[in-house]
Write a protein that binds this ligand. Structure first.
Ligand SMILES: Nc1ncnc2c1ncn2[C@@H]1O[C@H](COP(=O)(O)OP(=O)(O)OP(=O)(O)O)[C@@H](O)[C@H]1O
Length: 858
């Protein structure tokens, strides 16, 4: 593909590396573990039907009813056996109505017939196992949890059905009571004993007993039975209700794991494997990895699972981990304890296996690739050789006109722009080329020329020229890519394609927060949707919660459907997507409380960050009774910061800055977008705490400097063309495109599945006005005794602030707040206005004294 040139200076134009051009269309599941079917199939339709909450409820209730019906029929048959046997026998020769009236079975002729098959022909009394299994399965489908571990109970009951049939068959045979008692052992047990008796005689009994022994050895797994070890404290004998609940909870998890192994799973396999993969525990040293890389990542080391190794690693890497507890928290962090906690018992993992949070919603299916539109053939970057040569010559000529000689040019065609890399002749100053940026752009008569002088890490200068026909990077093409599928990042987000057509995946967890800017219509909303889609495709609802703030009230509404899967909200709020400024302030403060709570949990657990903490919880080394729980990542998305900063200023700025400063270690990550990257929106405080920044096209160089600390974003060409600044590197990327109807389909797919009962509830926060101002019912007849003094204070200072009252009158916050409410009701101060102090409506003391007299009725 190399383009030979005739230039005496051996200028060459080279075609881009083709490795990422149209990939073989093998679509893979989110985990990349198994190939997916490329188009609609009945299997997935059935899967979808089975995971629909309505279907599972219907099926569950049906199975429970069937189980009870069978149980009644079997018991009835065992009691009325001989009478019904003849009825069943005659049912095929005599009129049905007649047989039906004669049957003694409590579930009629059908009950008698089914019971006849299961009880008489097959397992005898052991057949009772069948209705119990059916009932348990129905219960699990209906209520989403188990009264008894389903997989193990099924295995045990089926074994007992066969074994009891054999054992009773033996007794019936040797006691020669087949005439009267064969209903108790069923046909299977009796016939097998007849066959075996001829071979082994009395040895039959030994064989049957050995079967039981064999089953118990494997079923109980005798390797886990240890002699009591008196050197370590054991769990207290009498268990509290909580402990019982905990035990049941763990058993049910263990059982669900068994289910996946034992039974054909309703959820499709790739996703199930995916869930498992998420629990591979990466060596802690991985935490210090660069947050952006498309290089193959390290895989989990099984060694880390070992409890002792885990502790060693934790300590060894104490200094190495960058995203840890801040210093002041650190000093308060107790060193990991080595005293055995009763809960820290190896046996818990040996017996119950690792804790798997995805079993909260075991049948959850990750969204499929088919939900995304296949734009494969629509738009491809198409840069002709003529265009390349023409641009190259123009660059050369322009530079020559300004007295700059070059040694060589190479071109790489990206999805949106082509990068011409220039090696200048010896002695040419780079700043000279940079200063000619506008002139070169003019001569190439294209918008969006960006000059990178020098190219980082190379002795060349880059000139990016937009392609006449640009490529649209579809969401589907990046979601199905190996880079994304095989990514082991904690919060992988696929941000687009680089200039060399490589798919760029970043780890939001390591960014650890992202500031996004872009003038209206340049692709910001699409960018946010891409980010959310990436996370939803990779994360199970138990591992990720989203807090969505949308002051514009339109952009994120589609995600409403994810309420019971991925969204988090304040306890009292109805809408999971936050649009009201006052609620935003409360939510941000609530997240600060969640952050503090999480720090406390981490300290208590002797862990330095969320990953360590969750790894420890997964290994069942943190006691849920002490408040420990699996902590999902929380991603806060704010769609328009400008609106919030205008209405609530500091009240929004401070919690955002606090979260951005401290929340990285405890798994809360912020993505904040704005149309107006001006300094009063992206303040120094916010900017300082957002090391990763992304800019779509902005309207001026000043805006570009505000967001990226350098120009360039004003030169972008729109439609998802963007610059990402992280670790002081700037990369140009083409954002993938995802349409609203694709988002709608994804949200519908997820939303229609069984979810949690409600959104993830954030801690309660009662703020400055605690939302009370809206509907407060202030009774001025019952004024606070300090009312007059507070009113005078406010009027003297002409400042309607709660903290003034608190300070000067030495009152608590709540009382001062109530006083301000009363002052508002008396029209002495105006209503709450975000960060601003309230207006004082009374201008002098004389007017105030008259008002106070009136209030007292004088
Ligand atoms: N990555 C992309 N690839 C192709 N086209 C895109 C891309 N992103 C955006 N566009 C086009 O640009 C249009 C505007 O994008 P978008 O709605 O994201 O802008 P915005 O910056 O959010 O605007 P606003 O701030 O007014 O909501 C889209 O409808 C789409 O046609």
């Amino acid at each position: 593909m190399a383009q030979p040139t005739t230039s005496p200076r051996q200028n060459t134009i080279r075609r881009p590396v083709e490795r990422n051009e149209p990939r073989p269309r093998i679509t893979t599941g989110p985990s990349g573990s198994k190939p997916r079917q490329p188009s609609f199939n009945w299997g997935s339709a059935l899967d979808r039907w089975l995971t629909d909450q309505r279907s599972t409820l219907t099926l569950g209730v049906l199975l429970m009813g069937l189980g009870l019906g069978l149980l009644v029929a079997f018991v009835s048959y065992l009691l009325n056996g001989p009478a019904d046997q003849s009825v069943v026998g005659a049912a095929f020769t005599e009129p049905l109505a007649e047989s039906a009236t004669e049957t003694r079975n409590w579930v009629g002729l059908v009950g008698a017939y089914v019971a006849h098959v299961f009880v008489f022909r097959w397992f005898g009394v052991g057949a009772l196992a069948i209705p119990i299994i059916v009932f348990l399965a129905g219960f699990k489908l209906t209520f989403g949890h188990e009264i008894l571990p389903l997989g193990r109970t099924t295995a045990a009951l089926l074994f007992m059905a066969v074994w009891s049939s054999l054992m009773l068959g033996y007794v019936v045979l040797v006691s020669k009571s087949a005439e009267t008692a064969s209903v108790w052992c069923g046909g299977v047990g009796y016939e097998m004993n007849v066959a075996l008796y001829g071979l082994f005689g009395w040895g039959n009994l030994a064989f049957i007993c050995f079967l039981l022994f064999f089953f118990l050895v494997y079923f109980i797994d005798v390797r886990n039975l240890k002699m009591p070890d008196f050197s370590r404290p054991s769990l207290p004998k009498s268990r509290t209700r909580n402990e019982n609940a905990l035990q049941t909870y763990e058993e049910s998890e263990l059982e669900l794991e068994q289910d996946e192994e034992d039974e054909p799973d309703l959820s499709n396999k790739p996703e199930a494997e995916h869930a498992q993969n998420n629990h591979e525990i990466e060596p802690i040293s991985n935490l210090a990895d660069d947050h952006v890389s498309t290089a193959p990542e390290k895989t989990a080391s099984p060694d880390v699972i070992a409890q002792t190794t885990g502790v060693t690693l934790t300590i060894k890497n104490r200094e190495a981990v960058a995203d840890d507890l801040p210093e002041e928290e650190l000093s308060a962090t107790p060193a990991p304890t080595f005293e055995p906690d009763p809960f820290e018992d190896d046996d818990l993992v040996a017996v119950h296996g690792l804790y798997d949070p995805t079993l909260d919603l075991p049948q959850y299916q990750y969204p499929t690739n088919e939900l995304l539109t296949d734009y494969q053939n629509s738009r491809k970057a198409n840069v002709s050789d003529d265009e390349l040569t023409a641009n190259k010559e123009r660059i050369e000529n322009t530079l020559r006109n300004f007295g700059i000689e070059i040694d060589s040019i190479q071109a790489s065609i990206g999805p949106t722009v082509t990068l011409y890399e220039i090696v200048p002749a010896k002695g040419v100053r780079i700043s000279k080329i940079k200063s000619l940026e506008d002139d070169i752009a003019l001569s190439l008569s294209a918008l969006g020329i960006r000059i990178i002088a020098p190219m980082p890490g190379m002795g060349t200068i880059g000139i990016e020229v937009p392609n006449k026909n640009r490529e649209m990077v579809s969401m589907r093409s990046v979601i199905t890519s190996d880079v994304f599928n095989n990514s082991k990042f904690d919060l992988p987000v696929v941000l687009g394609k680089t200039i060399s057509n490589e798919i760029y995946v970043a780890d939001l967890a390591k960014m650890p927060h992202l500031l996004m800017a872009g003038a209206t219509g340049q692709g910001k909303s699409v960018g946010l949707n891409v980010l959310l889609t990436s996370l939803i495709y990779k994360k199970h609802p138990s591992q990720l919660k989203l807090v969505l703030v949308d002051p514009k009230k339109v952009e994120l509404t589609l995600f409403n459907k994810l309420e019971r899967h991925f969204l988090a909200k304040l306890p009292d709020s109805e809408e999971p997507i936050i649009t009201d400024t006052k609620k935003v302030v409360n939510t941000l403060n609530s997240l600060c409380i969640e952050m503090d709570n999480r720090y406390n949990l981490l300290k208590d657990g002797g862990c330095r960050n969320l990953k360590e903490y969750n790894a420890k919880f997964v290994k069942r080394r943190l006691n849920p009774e002490k408040g420990h729980r699996f902590l999902p990542y929380i991603v806060l998305i704010i769609d328009e910061l400008a609106d919030l900063m205008m209405t609530a200023g500091k009240e929004v700025e401070q919690p955002i800055a606090r979260l951005a400063q401290l929340a990285r270690a405890i798994g809360i990550h912020l993505v904040v977008a704005t149309q107006r990257p001006s300094v009063n929106v992206i303040t120094g405080l916010i900017k300082a705490n957002f090391p990763a920044r992304l800019s779509f096209k902005v309207t001026s160089k000043i805006d570009s400097r505000t967001i990226l600390d350098t120009g360039g974003a004003e030169q972008l060409v729109g439609q998802g063309d963007m610059l990402l600044s992280s670790n002081s590197d700037i990369i140009r990327l083409q954002c993938p495109f995802v349409d609203t109807n694709e988002i709608e389909e994804i949200c519908e797919f997820v939303g229609n599945q069984r979810g949690y009962d409600d959104a993830y509830v954030l801690p309660e926060f009662v703020g400055d006005d605690g939302g009370q101002n809206d509907d407060k019912d202030v009774d001025l007849a019952n004024r606070d005794p300090m009312f007059d003094e507070a009113a005078r204070l406010i009027v003297i200072h002409q400042q309607g602030s709660t903290s003034l009252i608190q300070r000067k009158l030495k009152l608590g916050y709540n009382r001062a707040g109530r006083l301000v409410d009363q002052l508002e009701a008396a029209k002495i101060v105006g209503p709450f206005e975000g960060s601003k102090a309230r207006d004082v409506l009374v201008l002098d003391l004389q007017t105030l004294e008259e008002m106070l007299k009136r209030l007292k009725g004088e």
